[in-house]
Design a protein around this ligand. Sequence first.
Ligand SMILES: [Ca+2]
Ligand SMILES: [Ca+2]
Length: 274
Amino acid sequence: MEKFCVFLASAVLASLSFGAPDILIDDFESGSYSPKWKVEGEAFADAPARGGFKYQQPVGGYNGKYLVNSYFNKDDTTGKLSSVPFKIERPYLDVLVGGGDRRDVAFLRVMVDGAEVGRLTGINNERLEQKSIDLTNYVGKTAVIEIVDNAKGGWGHINIDDIVLTENPKGIIKKTVLEIPNAKKYLNIPINNDAAERVVRVSDSSNKRVLLSAKMRVDFENPQWFYSMETLDLKGSPLRVEVLSRASEKVDFKTTNEYMPRSSSPRVVPRTTP
Ligand SMILES: [Ca+2]
Ligand SMILES: [Ca+2]
């Protein structure tokens, strides 16, 4: 019995420290789509690409020799890759993604029972960057990944590499809740017009009275300007701020008694969501 308890304790410790290992869906280093992917159309060629194609700006940020690159025969080609079904055995999907920011026509998406449960797209940059999809609600279900290029014209392609199921996502995914104990007149939200959109929600500490719930281009590391929102009658009270964040970034909102002037005019006005 004693031995059993020791084993259990060390197993729990191990899982707390390291978590379950990542599961690689594909890094495309076999140099072949077969047997994991069904290929339709022309855009994805017959096999993963070795970097960029002729006339394409330099492609970077992928790992190894191969990636998915739908710029084959340039932007006007279209097509689709569909993965074999797999079981969602970790709560997040990490993906390296680059190419066009054309969410409706060039994207990677996860399908469960025929319905889309998450979608990623590029940011008009050939360099792939780390993004994540939250699959917490679908663990144990069977999924299919579709990589779709229905796009023609400028930035009408997508680049993908390193599709991984993980417990420790590297993209923006973690929900961080901060309590700011004694709010001043303004809460200042750091914005970079080129950053990815994420939902920010500001409320009283009970989370009942909502002052703001909007998608904003928050960037804690390289803000270009601050969106100063008035805390109204919650001034002097605790504020609750909820934001999706990267595991690696320090989430911080400053409150001030002065409005923080914008260093540049925002191109993107924060949208209030219902
Ligand atoms: Ca690769
Ligand atoms: Ca295309």
